[in-house]
Each structure stands twice: as C-alpha cells, then as structure tokens.
Write a new protein. Structure first.
Length: 258
C-alpha cells in the first residue's frame, strides 16, 4: 500500500499542476501565480521546519551529522540550479513583477528542451523525497506530498508559459510538461525500492528533503516577494504565507488526532 500511496501522490502533483495550467488564460495565470508563490513559501517552510526536520532529529543520529547534511543539501541544490538542472520558473511577463518586454523569450533561453530536462530532474528529486517521507511515516508522507503539490502548481504554470514562448504550441507545452511530471512517479518508485532497503538513511534523506524545501523557499520564492508594494498587496502576501503555514499545521494536527 505504501508504494500505491507514493505513486498516487506523485501522479496527482504532476496531473493537477498541468490541469491548472491548461484551464486558465495567461492573464489569469499571472494573477494566480503570485498568490500561489506566497502560499508555497509558507507551505514549504512550515513543512520543512515544523514537520520534516523534527522527525529527522527525533532519530538516534548524531545532530552534527544531520546539520552537516542540511548544509550539504543546500549547497547541492544551489549547484544544481547553477547548472540549470533545478529550475523554478515562476517568473513571466504577466506575473505582476514588471519584467521587461521579451522577458519570457529570455527565460526560454536556447530552447524549451533544456527547461524540460531541468524540470524532469526537479520532479525526480521530488519523487524520491515523497517516497522517503512515506517510508518514514504515512503522516509525514501526506504532509510532504501536499507541500510538493502546492509548489508544483506555480512551477508548472511558469514552465508552461516559458515553453510557449520558446516556440511550443500550448497543447505541446502542456503535453511535454505532463510527461515531465511523470519523472516524479519514477523518482517515487526508485525511492521506494532503493531507500526502502536502507532504513538507516531515512533521517538523512528527510534532512535533504528539508534542504530542498528551504532552498526553494528562501532562494527563489521569498526574493520574488521582496520588492516595494502597496500596503494592500503586502498584506495579501503575508496572508497567503500565513495560509500556507496554517494548512500544514492543520494537516499535522488532523493526522495526529487519528
């Protein structure tokens, strides 16, 4: 049953994000994505700092080793992004961030296939993370999958817009994004069979998962929100972050009550 839940969680994340991208116009996507970015920041930080990391540190592993793993994970994802293999394409011309004209074309770079490669690697890593969380406990798996799914929606929306501006048709961009999302399922299955045989590394993988969430939130999502805004928009940002925190805390409370 654990493998079934892992496959279901990774599949839902990929399908749901593509469905959202397919069902909304570019103008509406721009308005929705900026709120989802704030929501994702709250969800990722709450999941990593209030749920996943405490689970790892409750193990018998030496804390210094776990902190070293956290540092190594942050540096690893930094280097992956430097190599353009860990993209977070939330930016586009209609997202309200006053990007210059032709920004989408610049983001598309030399071609959309590099976007798909980076996105596939990102999704595969997410699948392994979800598998490790489910193997540690079903409650942790559900919370971690929720964090990944909520983050995948704005990421896949951004990727779809970048692919369209790289010359893909809307249908082809959505199809390729859906295929890229299947990399998460592959990561989940590989994680189940590889990680499942090595229970002693669970705490380390949970810390790596946390480093991924923290890196995305602090290095990508929060900087998008750090700009001068009217008080109303600032209040909306804080409110959506608070909603993200509340979703994780509520989910944790509900699961521990059963």
């Amino acid at each position: 049953m654990t493998l079934f839940y892992i496959v279901l969680a990774t599949l839902v994340g990929g399908v749901l994000s593509v469905v959202v991208a397919a069902s909304l116009t570019v103008h509406v996507l721009g308005r929705v994505v900026k709120h989802l970015v704030s929501l994702s920041a709250g969800v990722l930080l709450a999941t990593s700092l209030l749920h996943v990391l405490p689970e790892a540190f409750e193990s018998k592993v030496e804390p210094h080793s776990l902190f070293a793993t956290l540092l190594g994970g942050l540096l690893f994802f930094f280097l992956l992004e430097k190599a353009e293999l860990y993209r977070h394409a939330h930016h586009h011309e209609g997202d309200g961030h006053d990007h210059h004209h032709h920004f989408d074309e610049d983001q598309a770079g030399r071609g959309g296939y590099s976007v798909l490669v980076g996105d596939s690697i990102h999704n595969f890593c997410d699948g392994v993370i979800i598998a490790a969380a489910f193997l540690a406990s079903p409650q942790l798996g559900i919370t971690t999958a929720l964090a990944v799914i909520l983050h995948e929606i704005p990421q896949e929306v951004g990727d779809t817009i970048v692919l369209i501006n790289a010359g893909f048709s809307r249908r082809k961009a959505l199809l390729y994004n859906a295929l890229s999302g299947l990399a998460a399922v592959a990561g989940g299955v590989v994680g189940y069979f590889v990680v499942g045989a090595m229970e002693e590394i669970f705490p380390y993988l949970l810390v790596v998962a946390s480093s991924s969430f923290i890196y995305v939130a602090v290095a990508d999502l929060i900087p998008q929100m750090q700009r001068r805004l009217p008080w109303r928009e600032m209040a909306e940002q804080v409110a959506w972050i608070a909603v993200g925190l509340g979703v994780v805390m509520l989910a944790k409370a509900l699961m521990h009550s059963h």
